[in-house]
Design a protein around this ligand. Structure first.
Ligand code: NAP
Length: 498
Protein backbone atom coordinates (compact mmCIF):
# COMPACT_ATOMS: atom_id res chain seq x y z
CA UNK A 1 0.00 0.00 0.00
CA UNK A 2 1.20 3.52 -0.76
CA UNK A 3 1.88 5.84 2.18
CA UNK A 4 -1.32 7.27 3.59
CA UNK A 5 -1.23 11.05 3.41
CA UNK A 6 -3.94 13.59 4.08
CA UNK A 7 -4.10 14.26 0.34
CA UNK A 8 -4.69 10.56 -0.36
CA UNK A 9 -7.41 10.45 2.30
CA UNK A 10 -9.13 13.44 0.70
CA UNK A 11 -8.81 11.92 -2.76
CA UNK A 12 -10.41 8.67 -1.60
CA UNK A 13 -13.25 10.45 0.17
CA UNK A 14 -13.72 12.80 -2.80
CA UNK A 15 -14.05 9.87 -5.22
CA UNK A 16 -17.19 8.51 -3.53
CA UNK A 17 -20.56 9.61 -4.91
CA UNK A 18 -22.48 10.91 -1.90
CA UNK A 19 -26.00 11.04 -3.32
CA UNK A 20 -28.87 8.58 -3.45
CA UNK A 21 -28.66 6.03 -6.26
CA UNK A 22 -32.13 5.48 -7.68
CA UNK A 23 -33.05 3.98 -11.08
CA UNK A 24 -29.46 4.33 -12.23
CA UNK A 25 -29.26 8.06 -11.37
CA UNK A 26 -27.40 9.82 -8.56
CA UNK A 27 -29.66 12.39 -6.93
CA UNK A 28 -29.97 14.49 -3.77
CA UNK A 29 -32.15 13.63 -0.77
CA UNK A 30 -35.31 15.58 0.07
CA UNK A 31 -34.08 16.09 3.65
CA UNK A 32 -30.77 17.69 2.73
CA UNK A 33 -27.54 16.11 3.93
CA UNK A 34 -25.97 14.53 7.00
CA UNK A 35 -22.35 14.29 8.11
CA UNK A 36 -20.15 11.19 8.19
CA UNK A 37 -17.53 11.30 10.94
CA UNK A 38 -14.05 9.82 11.38
CA UNK A 39 -14.34 8.01 14.75
CA UNK A 40 -10.60 8.36 15.33
CA UNK A 41 -10.81 12.16 15.37
CA UNK A 42 -14.48 13.01 15.78
CA UNK A 43 -14.19 15.25 12.70
CA UNK A 44 -16.55 15.25 9.71
CA UNK A 45 -15.26 13.45 6.60
CA UNK A 46 -18.02 14.45 4.21
CA UNK A 47 -21.76 14.99 3.86
CA UNK A 48 -24.14 12.43 2.36
CA UNK A 49 -27.72 12.69 1.12
CA UNK A 50 -30.52 12.40 3.68
CA UNK A 51 -33.45 10.53 2.13
CA UNK A 52 -37.09 11.09 3.06
CA UNK A 53 -39.73 8.33 3.04
CA UNK A 54 -40.75 9.64 -0.42
CA UNK A 55 -37.19 9.15 -1.68
CA UNK A 56 -37.26 5.62 -0.32
CA UNK A 57 -40.54 4.97 -2.12
CA UNK A 58 -38.97 6.24 -5.35
CA UNK A 59 -36.15 3.72 -4.82
CA UNK A 60 -38.71 0.94 -4.37
CA UNK A 61 -40.59 2.14 -7.47
CA UNK A 62 -37.34 1.66 -9.42
CA UNK A 63 -36.76 -1.81 -7.94
CA UNK A 64 -40.34 -2.82 -8.78
CA UNK A 65 -40.07 -1.45 -12.33
CA UNK A 66 -36.87 -3.44 -12.99
CA UNK A 67 -38.01 -6.65 -11.28
CA UNK A 68 -39.59 -8.62 -14.11
CA UNK A 69 -36.87 -7.96 -16.63
CA UNK A 70 -34.09 -8.69 -14.14
CA UNK A 71 -35.73 -11.95 -13.07
CA UNK A 72 -35.54 -13.18 -16.64
CA UNK A 73 -32.03 -11.84 -17.31
CA UNK A 74 -29.77 -14.79 -18.22
CA UNK A 75 -28.22 -16.27 -15.06
CA UNK A 76 -24.80 -16.42 -16.71
CA UNK A 77 -24.90 -12.67 -17.31
CA UNK A 78 -26.06 -12.00 -13.76
CA UNK A 79 -23.09 -14.05 -12.59
CA UNK A 80 -20.69 -12.23 -14.90
CA UNK A 81 -21.76 -8.83 -13.57
CA UNK A 82 -21.01 -10.10 -10.07
CA UNK A 83 -17.68 -11.45 -11.25
CA UNK A 84 -16.73 -8.09 -12.79
CA UNK A 85 -17.67 -6.33 -9.55
CA UNK A 86 -15.52 -8.83 -7.64
CA UNK A 87 -12.54 -8.10 -9.88
CA UNK A 88 -12.99 -4.34 -9.62
CA UNK A 89 -13.06 -4.54 -5.82
CA UNK A 90 -9.87 -6.61 -5.83
CA UNK A 91 -8.19 -4.08 -8.15
CA UNK A 92 -9.24 -1.23 -5.89
CA UNK A 93 -8.76 -3.04 -2.56
CA UNK A 94 -6.26 -0.55 -1.07
CA UNK A 95 -8.43 2.46 -1.80
CA UNK A 96 -11.58 0.74 -0.48
CA UNK A 97 -9.71 -0.34 2.65
CA UNK A 98 -8.64 3.23 3.34
CA UNK A 99 -12.19 4.46 2.82
CA UNK A 100 -13.46 1.86 5.30
CA UNK A 101 -10.85 2.74 7.93
CA UNK A 102 -11.70 6.41 7.63
CA UNK A 103 -15.43 5.94 8.19
CA UNK A 104 -15.38 2.98 10.59
CA UNK A 105 -12.03 3.20 12.40
CA UNK A 106 -10.68 -0.35 12.12
CA UNK A 107 -6.95 -0.77 11.39
CA UNK A 108 -6.12 -0.65 7.70
CA UNK A 109 -4.99 -4.31 7.63
CA UNK A 110 -8.38 -5.38 9.01
CA UNK A 111 -10.17 -3.18 6.50
CA UNK A 112 -8.19 -4.84 3.73
CA UNK A 113 -9.23 -8.22 5.14
CA UNK A 114 -12.87 -7.14 5.10
CA UNK A 115 -12.63 -5.81 1.52
CA UNK A 116 -11.31 -9.20 0.34
CA UNK A 117 -13.90 -11.07 2.42
CA UNK A 118 -16.67 -8.83 1.00
CA UNK A 119 -15.49 -9.35 -2.58
CA UNK A 120 -15.42 -13.10 -2.05
CA UNK A 121 -19.22 -13.13 -1.54
CA UNK A 122 -19.61 -11.65 -5.03
CA UNK A 123 -17.29 -14.28 -6.51
CA UNK A 124 -19.09 -17.08 -4.63
CA UNK A 125 -22.53 -15.95 -5.78
CA UNK A 126 -21.33 -15.29 -9.34
CA UNK A 127 -20.74 -19.04 -9.40
CA UNK A 128 -24.09 -19.87 -7.75
CA UNK A 129 -26.15 -17.80 -10.23
CA UNK A 130 -26.01 -20.60 -12.81
CA UNK A 131 -26.86 -23.37 -10.32
CA UNK A 132 -30.44 -22.43 -9.50
CA UNK A 133 -32.35 -25.60 -10.27
CA UNK A 134 -35.55 -27.46 -9.53
CA UNK A 135 -36.62 -31.09 -9.60
CA UNK A 136 -38.90 -33.43 -11.41
CA UNK A 137 -40.50 -36.42 -9.74
CA UNK A 138 -43.14 -39.06 -10.30
CA UNK A 139 -45.85 -39.00 -7.63
CA UNK A 140 -45.88 -42.05 -5.34
CA UNK A 141 -48.99 -43.49 -7.04
CA UNK A 142 -47.45 -42.99 -10.49
CA UNK A 143 -50.30 -40.80 -11.79
CA UNK A 144 -48.80 -37.30 -11.60
CA UNK A 145 -45.57 -35.54 -12.39
CA UNK A 146 -44.25 -33.12 -9.77
CA UNK A 147 -42.15 -30.23 -11.03
CA UNK A 148 -40.52 -27.65 -8.77
CA UNK A 149 -38.79 -24.47 -9.85
CA UNK A 150 -37.09 -21.74 -7.87
CA UNK A 151 -37.84 -18.15 -8.75
CA UNK A 152 -36.58 -14.81 -7.42
CA UNK A 153 -38.68 -13.59 -4.46
CA UNK A 154 -38.92 -10.09 -5.98
CA UNK A 155 -37.95 -6.62 -4.73
CA UNK A 156 -35.92 -6.78 -1.50
CA UNK A 157 -35.00 -4.31 1.21
CA UNK A 158 -31.47 -4.86 2.55
CA UNK A 159 -30.56 -3.06 5.79
CA UNK A 160 -26.98 -3.27 7.08
CA UNK A 161 -25.04 -2.19 10.21
CA UNK A 162 -21.91 -0.05 10.62
CA UNK A 163 -19.48 -2.65 11.94
CA UNK A 164 -18.65 -4.38 8.61
CA UNK A 165 -19.52 -1.60 6.14
CA UNK A 166 -18.89 -3.59 2.95
CA UNK A 167 -19.17 -7.30 3.77
CA UNK A 168 -22.61 -7.04 5.37
CA UNK A 169 -23.74 -5.54 2.06
CA UNK A 170 -22.14 -7.99 -0.36
CA UNK A 171 -23.43 -10.92 1.73
CA UNK A 172 -26.96 -9.80 0.77
CA UNK A 173 -26.42 -8.06 -2.58
CA UNK A 174 -24.43 -10.99 -4.04
CA UNK A 175 -27.15 -13.62 -3.62
CA UNK A 176 -29.94 -11.15 -4.45
CA UNK A 177 -28.34 -10.28 -7.81
CA UNK A 178 -27.50 -13.94 -8.51
CA UNK A 179 -31.10 -14.98 -7.78
CA UNK A 180 -32.57 -12.30 -10.06
CA UNK A 181 -33.97 -10.01 -7.36
CA UNK A 182 -33.97 -6.21 -7.45
CA UNK A 183 -33.31 -4.26 -4.27
CA UNK A 184 -33.20 -1.15 -2.13
CA UNK A 185 -30.07 -1.06 0.04
CA UNK A 186 -29.92 1.00 3.24
CA UNK A 187 -26.47 1.10 4.90
CA UNK A 188 -25.93 2.43 8.44
CA UNK A 189 -25.70 6.22 8.54
CA UNK A 190 -22.33 6.08 10.32
CA UNK A 191 -20.58 4.08 7.57
CA UNK A 192 -22.36 4.63 4.24
CA UNK A 193 -19.29 5.42 2.13
CA UNK A 194 -18.12 1.86 1.45
CA UNK A 195 -21.59 0.91 0.21
CA UNK A 196 -21.86 4.06 -1.92
CA UNK A 197 -18.52 3.10 -3.50
CA UNK A 198 -19.91 -0.39 -4.12
CA UNK A 199 -23.04 0.98 -5.83
CA UNK A 200 -20.80 3.03 -8.09
CA UNK A 201 -18.75 -0.10 -8.90
CA UNK A 202 -21.94 -1.95 -9.87
CA UNK A 203 -22.89 0.98 -12.09
CA UNK A 204 -19.45 0.81 -13.75
CA UNK A 205 -19.63 -2.95 -14.38
CA UNK A 206 -22.98 -2.70 -16.13
CA UNK A 207 -25.64 -3.66 -13.59
CA UNK A 208 -28.88 -2.47 -15.24
CA UNK A 209 -30.54 0.63 -13.78
CA UNK A 210 -33.08 -0.10 -11.05
CA UNK A 211 -31.65 -3.47 -9.99
CA UNK A 212 -29.71 -1.95 -7.09
CA UNK A 213 -30.95 1.26 -5.53
CA UNK A 214 -29.24 2.79 -2.53
CA UNK A 215 -30.56 5.26 -0.02
CA UNK A 216 -28.95 6.88 3.01
CA UNK A 217 -31.04 8.53 5.67
CA UNK A 218 -30.97 10.14 9.07
CA UNK A 219 -34.44 8.80 9.84
CA UNK A 220 -34.12 5.02 9.46
CA UNK A 221 -37.26 4.28 11.53
CA UNK A 222 -39.97 6.10 9.55
CA UNK A 223 -38.19 5.72 6.20
CA UNK A 224 -37.83 1.94 6.52
CA UNK A 225 -41.33 1.59 7.99
CA UNK A 226 -42.74 3.16 4.81
CA UNK A 227 -41.04 0.54 2.65
CA UNK A 228 -41.88 -2.35 4.96
CA UNK A 229 -45.57 -1.43 4.83
CA UNK A 230 -45.48 -1.29 1.02
CA UNK A 231 -47.13 -4.41 -0.45
CA UNK A 232 -44.81 -4.37 -3.44
CA UNK A 233 -41.83 -5.24 -1.23
CA UNK A 234 -41.34 -9.02 -1.05
CA UNK A 235 -38.40 -9.52 1.27
CA UNK A 236 -36.48 -7.86 4.09
CA UNK A 237 -32.97 -8.94 4.97
CA UNK A 238 -31.72 -7.19 8.09
CA UNK A 239 -28.38 -7.29 9.87
CA UNK A 240 -28.25 -5.36 13.11
CA UNK A 241 -29.26 -5.47 16.74
CA UNK A 242 -31.78 -7.92 18.15
CA UNK A 243 -33.77 -4.99 19.52
CA UNK A 244 -34.34 -3.40 16.08
CA UNK A 245 -34.78 -6.86 14.54
CA UNK A 246 -37.75 -7.51 16.84
CA UNK A 247 -39.28 -4.17 15.92
CA UNK A 248 -38.92 -4.87 12.19
CA UNK A 249 -40.50 -8.31 12.57
CA UNK A 250 -43.54 -6.71 14.11
CA UNK A 251 -43.79 -4.21 11.26
CA UNK A 252 -43.29 -6.99 8.70
CA UNK A 253 -46.23 -8.95 10.09
CA UNK A 254 -48.54 -6.41 8.40
CA UNK A 255 -47.69 -7.78 4.97
CA UNK A 256 -46.28 -11.18 6.07
CA UNK A 257 -43.00 -10.09 4.53
CA UNK A 258 -40.42 -12.79 4.03
CA UNK A 259 -37.52 -12.18 6.45
CA UNK A 260 -33.87 -12.93 7.09
CA UNK A 261 -32.60 -11.71 10.45
CA UNK A 262 -28.88 -11.60 11.28
CA UNK A 263 -28.93 -10.22 14.80
CA UNK A 264 -26.81 -9.79 17.90
CA UNK A 265 -24.54 -12.34 19.55
CA UNK A 266 -23.05 -13.19 22.94
CA UNK A 267 -20.45 -15.78 21.97
CA UNK A 268 -18.97 -18.06 24.62
CA UNK A 269 -15.28 -18.92 24.13
CA UNK A 270 -14.61 -22.18 25.98
CA UNK A 271 -11.12 -23.46 26.75
CA UNK A 272 -10.66 -26.92 28.27
CA UNK A 273 -7.54 -27.84 30.22
CA UNK A 274 -6.53 -30.31 27.49
CA UNK A 275 -6.39 -27.52 24.87
CA UNK A 276 -3.23 -26.15 23.29
CA UNK A 277 -3.06 -23.03 25.47
CA UNK A 278 -0.98 -20.97 23.04
CA UNK A 279 -3.47 -21.67 20.27
CA UNK A 280 -6.37 -20.85 22.59
CA UNK A 281 -4.85 -17.50 23.58
CA UNK A 282 -4.20 -16.58 19.93
CA UNK A 283 -7.72 -17.71 19.00
CA UNK A 284 -9.13 -15.56 21.81
CA UNK A 285 -7.18 -12.52 20.62
CA UNK A 286 -8.67 -12.99 17.16
CA UNK A 287 -12.21 -13.75 18.32
CA UNK A 288 -12.18 -10.86 20.79
CA UNK A 289 -10.15 -8.14 19.14
CA UNK A 290 -11.11 -8.39 15.46
CA UNK A 291 -13.00 -5.18 14.70
CA UNK A 292 -12.08 -3.88 18.21
CA UNK A 293 -14.63 -6.33 19.58
CA UNK A 294 -17.39 -4.67 17.56
CA UNK A 295 -18.49 -7.88 15.86
CA UNK A 296 -21.60 -10.02 16.30
CA UNK A 297 -19.19 -12.98 16.40
CA UNK A 298 -16.93 -11.40 19.06
CA UNK A 299 -16.04 -13.65 22.00
CA UNK A 300 -18.17 -12.04 24.69
CA UNK A 301 -17.64 -14.47 27.59
CA UNK A 302 -14.38 -16.39 27.94
CA UNK A 303 -14.78 -19.60 29.95
CA UNK A 304 -11.55 -21.36 30.94
CA UNK A 305 -11.42 -24.64 32.88
CA UNK A 306 -10.45 -23.90 36.49
CA UNK A 307 -7.00 -25.55 36.34
CA UNK A 308 -5.84 -23.23 33.54
CA UNK A 309 -8.08 -20.18 34.07
CA UNK A 310 -5.44 -17.96 35.75
CA UNK A 311 -2.76 -18.87 33.24
CA UNK A 312 -5.13 -18.27 30.31
CA UNK A 313 -6.27 -14.89 31.69
CA UNK A 314 -2.75 -13.64 32.40
CA UNK A 315 -1.43 -14.69 28.98
CA UNK A 316 -4.42 -13.04 27.31
CA UNK A 317 -3.83 -9.87 29.36
CA UNK A 318 -0.22 -9.82 28.23
CA UNK A 319 -1.27 -10.08 24.57
CA UNK A 320 -4.02 -7.47 24.76
CA UNK A 321 -1.86 -5.13 26.83
CA UNK A 322 0.80 -5.12 24.12
CA UNK A 323 -1.58 -4.19 21.28
CA UNK A 324 -1.05 -0.79 19.70
CA UNK A 325 -4.09 1.48 19.93
CA UNK A 326 -4.52 4.40 17.52
CA UNK A 327 -5.97 5.76 14.32
CA UNK A 328 -6.38 2.84 11.94
CA UNK A 329 -4.39 4.56 9.20
CA UNK A 330 -1.22 4.65 11.33
CA UNK A 331 1.55 2.11 10.88
CA UNK A 332 1.36 -0.88 13.22
CA UNK A 333 -1.98 0.06 14.84
CA UNK A 334 -3.92 -3.06 15.89
CA UNK A 335 -6.84 -1.49 17.76
CA UNK A 336 -8.83 1.44 16.39
CA UNK A 337 -11.50 3.59 18.06
CA UNK A 338 -15.06 2.61 19.00
CA UNK A 339 -17.61 3.79 16.45
CA UNK A 340 -18.86 6.69 18.59
CA UNK A 341 -19.09 8.15 22.07
CA UNK A 342 -22.34 6.32 22.85
CA UNK A 343 -20.81 2.93 22.09
CA UNK A 344 -17.70 3.73 24.13
CA UNK A 345 -19.78 4.89 27.10
CA UNK A 346 -21.80 1.66 26.93
CA UNK A 347 -18.62 -0.44 26.98
CA UNK A 348 -17.26 1.50 29.94
CA UNK A 349 -20.53 1.19 31.83
CA UNK A 350 -20.38 -2.63 31.44
CA UNK A 351 -16.76 -2.69 32.65
CA UNK A 352 -17.52 -0.48 35.68
CA UNK A 353 -20.53 -2.65 36.52
CA UNK A 354 -18.35 -5.80 36.51
CA UNK A 355 -15.59 -4.11 38.55
CA UNK A 356 -18.22 -2.86 41.00
CA UNK A 357 -19.29 -6.48 41.52
CA UNK A 358 -15.73 -7.65 42.25
CA UNK A 359 -13.99 -8.15 38.87
CA UNK A 360 -10.28 -7.28 38.60
CA UNK A 361 -8.88 -5.53 35.50
CA UNK A 362 -5.67 -7.43 34.63
CA UNK A 363 -5.11 -4.87 31.91
CA UNK A 364 -7.01 -1.81 30.65
CA UNK A 365 -10.41 -0.89 32.05
CA UNK A 366 -10.83 2.72 30.94
CA UNK A 367 -11.48 5.06 28.03
CA UNK A 368 -8.47 6.88 26.58
CA UNK A 369 -8.23 10.66 26.80
CA UNK A 370 -7.99 12.85 23.72
CA UNK A 371 -9.74 13.03 20.39
CA UNK A 372 -11.65 10.04 19.02
CA UNK A 373 -13.46 7.25 20.83
CA UNK A 374 -10.67 4.97 22.01
CA UNK A 375 -10.98 2.35 24.76
CA UNK A 376 -8.14 0.35 26.29
CA UNK A 377 -7.98 -3.35 25.46
CA UNK A 378 -9.20 -4.90 28.70
CA UNK A 379 -9.08 -8.30 30.40
CA UNK A 380 -11.20 -8.84 33.51
CA UNK A 381 -10.71 -11.73 35.95
CA UNK A 382 -12.93 -12.86 38.86
CA UNK A 383 -16.03 -11.76 36.96
CA UNK A 384 -19.17 -12.46 38.99
CA UNK A 385 -22.09 -14.28 37.37
CA UNK A 386 -24.38 -11.29 38.03
CA UNK A 387 -22.23 -8.94 35.90
CA UNK A 388 -24.15 -7.36 33.04
CA UNK A 389 -21.40 -8.01 30.48
CA UNK A 390 -22.04 -11.74 30.69
CA UNK A 391 -25.60 -11.33 29.47
CA UNK A 392 -25.28 -8.25 27.22
CA UNK A 393 -23.37 -7.86 23.96
CA UNK A 394 -20.23 -5.85 24.95
CA UNK A 395 -19.28 -4.74 21.41
CA UNK A 396 -15.89 -3.48 22.56
CA UNK A 397 -12.31 -4.65 23.34
CA UNK A 398 -13.17 -6.19 26.71
CA UNK A 399 -12.57 -9.84 27.61
CA UNK A 400 -14.19 -11.14 30.82
CA UNK A 401 -12.63 -14.46 31.91
CA UNK A 402 -14.68 -16.85 34.03
CA UNK A 403 -13.59 -20.26 35.44
CA UNK A 404 -15.69 -23.39 34.92
CA UNK A 405 -15.35 -26.96 36.21
CA UNK A 406 -16.94 -29.67 34.06
CA UNK A 407 -18.38 -30.15 30.57
CA UNK A 408 -21.90 -29.86 31.99
CA UNK A 409 -20.93 -26.64 33.73
CA UNK A 410 -19.46 -25.22 30.50
CA UNK A 411 -22.57 -26.12 28.48
CA UNK A 412 -24.93 -24.64 31.09
CA UNK A 413 -23.00 -21.36 31.21
CA UNK A 414 -22.56 -21.14 27.43
CA UNK A 415 -26.27 -21.71 26.74
CA UNK A 416 -27.43 -19.35 29.48
CA UNK A 417 -28.19 -16.49 27.07
CA UNK A 418 -30.99 -15.35 24.79
CA UNK A 419 -28.48 -15.26 21.93
CA UNK A 420 -27.30 -18.17 19.78
CA UNK A 421 -25.00 -16.99 17.02
CA UNK A 422 -21.61 -18.63 17.51
CA UNK A 423 -19.55 -20.47 20.14
CA UNK A 424 -15.81 -21.14 20.19
CA UNK A 425 -14.37 -24.28 21.67
CA UNK A 426 -10.76 -25.25 22.37
CA UNK A 427 -9.97 -28.87 23.23
CA UNK A 428 -7.60 -31.54 21.93
CA UNK A 429 -10.12 -34.29 22.78
CA UNK A 430 -12.21 -34.94 19.64
CA UNK A 431 -14.92 -36.89 21.48
CA UNK A 432 -15.34 -34.09 23.96
CA UNK A 433 -15.37 -31.60 21.08
CA UNK A 434 -18.19 -33.43 19.31
CA UNK A 435 -20.19 -33.86 22.53
CA UNK A 436 -19.91 -30.14 23.21
CA UNK A 437 -20.71 -29.08 19.63
CA UNK A 438 -23.96 -31.05 19.70
CA UNK A 439 -25.02 -29.47 22.99
CA UNK A 440 -24.20 -25.83 22.20
CA UNK A 441 -27.27 -23.80 21.22
CA UNK A 442 -25.74 -21.74 18.41
CA UNK A 443 -25.94 -21.54 14.63
CA UNK A 444 -22.15 -21.84 14.30
CA UNK A 445 -19.26 -23.33 16.27
CA UNK A 446 -15.53 -22.70 15.88
CA UNK A 447 -13.55 -25.77 16.97
CA UNK A 448 -9.95 -24.80 17.77
CA UNK A 449 -10.31 -21.60 15.76
CA UNK A 450 -11.20 -18.03 16.63
CA UNK A 451 -12.66 -17.22 13.19
CA UNK A 452 -15.69 -18.88 11.59
CA UNK A 453 -16.73 -16.41 8.88
CA UNK A 454 -16.32 -17.82 5.38
CA UNK A 455 -18.26 -16.89 2.23
CA UNK A 456 -18.55 -20.58 1.31
CA UNK A 457 -20.27 -21.44 4.63
CA UNK A 458 -23.77 -20.67 5.95
CA UNK A 459 -23.48 -17.82 8.46
CA UNK A 460 -26.37 -17.31 10.88
CA UNK A 461 -27.84 -17.87 14.30
CA UNK A 462 -30.56 -19.52 16.34
CA UNK A 463 -32.58 -18.22 19.32
CA UNK A 464 -32.63 -14.41 19.40
CA UNK A 465 -29.61 -14.13 17.12
CA UNK A 466 -32.13 -14.51 14.31
CA UNK A 467 -32.78 -16.81 11.38
CA UNK A 468 -31.76 -17.22 7.78
CA UNK A 469 -28.28 -17.98 6.45
CA UNK A 470 -25.83 -15.86 4.50
CA UNK A 471 -23.07 -17.37 2.37
CA UNK A 472 -22.59 -20.95 1.27
CA UNK A 473 -25.01 -22.76 -1.05
CA UNK A 474 -27.72 -21.87 1.50
CA UNK A 475 -27.24 -18.11 1.02
CA UNK A 476 -29.10 -17.89 -2.27
CA UNK A 477 -32.14 -19.79 -0.91
CA UNK A 478 -33.07 -16.69 1.07
CA UNK A 479 -33.80 -14.91 -2.23
CA UNK A 480 -35.68 -17.70 -3.99
CA UNK A 481 -39.26 -18.94 -3.72
CA UNK A 482 -40.15 -22.51 -4.66
CA UNK A 483 -43.02 -22.97 -7.09
CA UNK A 484 -44.53 -26.43 -7.46
CA UNK A 485 -46.31 -27.43 -10.63
CA UNK A 486 -48.64 -30.45 -10.69
CA UNK A 487 -48.62 -32.09 -14.12
CA UNK A 488 -51.13 -34.66 -15.22
CA UNK A 489 -49.48 -36.67 -18.01
CA UNK A 490 -52.77 -38.33 -18.96
CA UNK A 491 -55.36 -35.51 -18.75
CA UNK A 492 -58.38 -37.67 -19.43
CA UNK A 493 -57.70 -39.87 -16.43
CA UNK A 494 -57.89 -37.54 -13.41
CA UNK A 495 -57.80 -39.62 -10.20
CA UNK A 496 -57.88 -38.92 -6.45
CA UNK A 497 -54.48 -38.50 -4.79
CA UNK A 498 -53.12 -41.74 -3.45
P1 NAP B 1 -28.75 -1.34 14.66
O1 NAP B 1 -28.79 -0.13 15.51
O2 NAP B 1 -29.78 -2.38 14.85
O3 NAP B 1 -28.73 -0.79 13.16
C1 NAP B 1 -28.62 -1.64 12.06
C2 NAP B 1 -29.24 -0.98 10.84
O4 NAP B 1 -30.63 -0.79 11.08
C3 NAP B 1 -28.68 0.37 10.50
O5 NAP B 1 -28.68 0.53 9.09
C4 NAP B 1 -29.67 1.32 11.14
O6 NAP B 1 -29.75 2.59 10.54
C5 NAP B 1 -30.96 0.58 10.90
N1 NAP B 1 -32.02 0.95 11.84
C6 NAP B 1 -31.91 1.48 13.07
N2 NAP B 1 -33.13 1.67 13.60
C7 NAP B 1 -34.03 1.25 12.67
C8 NAP B 1 -35.44 1.19 12.64
N3 NAP B 1 -36.20 1.59 13.67
N4 NAP B 1 -36.03 0.71 11.53
C9 NAP B 1 -35.29 0.29 10.48
N5 NAP B 1 -33.95 0.32 10.46
C10 NAP B 1 -33.32 0.79 11.55
O7 NAP B 1 -27.35 -2.10 14.77
P2 NAP B 1 -25.90 -1.49 14.70
O8 NAP B 1 -25.62 -0.82 15.99
O9 NAP B 1 -25.72 -0.73 13.44
O10 NAP B 1 -25.03 -2.81 14.54
C11 NAP B 1 -24.62 -3.57 15.60
C12 NAP B 1 -25.51 -4.77 15.79
O11 NAP B 1 -25.51 -5.56 14.61
C13 NAP B 1 -24.99 -5.69 16.87
O12 NAP B 1 -26.05 -6.13 17.67
C14 NAP B 1 -24.39 -6.86 16.08
O13 NAP B 1 -24.32 -8.06 16.80
C15 NAP B 1 -25.30 -6.94 14.93
N6 NAP B 1 -24.67 -7.65 13.82
C16 NAP B 1 -25.11 -8.89 13.52
C17 NAP B 1 -24.52 -9.63 12.49
C18 NAP B 1 -24.99 -11.00 12.12
O14 NAP B 1 -24.66 -11.44 11.03
N7 NAP B 1 -25.72 -11.70 12.98
C19 NAP B 1 -23.46 -9.04 11.77
C20 NAP B 1 -23.03 -7.77 12.11
C21 NAP B 1 -23.66 -7.08 13.14
P3 NAP B 1 -29.03 3.87 11.22
O15 NAP B 1 -27.61 3.68 10.97
O16 NAP B 1 -29.57 5.03 10.51
O17 NAP B 1 -29.39 3.87 12.66
Amino acid sequence: MTTITQTLEQQVIGSVPVQLYIAGEWQGGANGTLAVEDPATGEALTEIADASPEDATAALDAAVAAAEQWASHPPRERGEILRRAYETIIDRADELALLMTLEMGKPISESRGEVLYAAEFLRWFSEEAVRIDGRYAVSPNGQMRLLTMRQPVGPCLLITPWNFPLAMGTRKIGPAIAAGCTMVVKPAKQTPLSMLALASIFEDVGLPAGVLNLITTNSAGPTMATLIADRRLRKLSFTGSTEIGRELMQQASGTLLRLSMELGGNAPFIVFDDADLNAAVEGAVLAKMRNMGEACTAANRLYAQREIADEFASRLAERLGSMKVGRGTEEGVQVGPMIDGIQRAKVDELVQDAVGRGARALVGGAALDGAGYFYEPTVLADVQASSKLLTEEIFGPVAPVVAFDTEDDAVARANDTEYGLVAYLYTSNLSRGLRMIERLETGMVGLNTGLVSNPAAPFGGVKQSGFGREGGPEGIDEYLATKYVAINPTPGEEKRPG
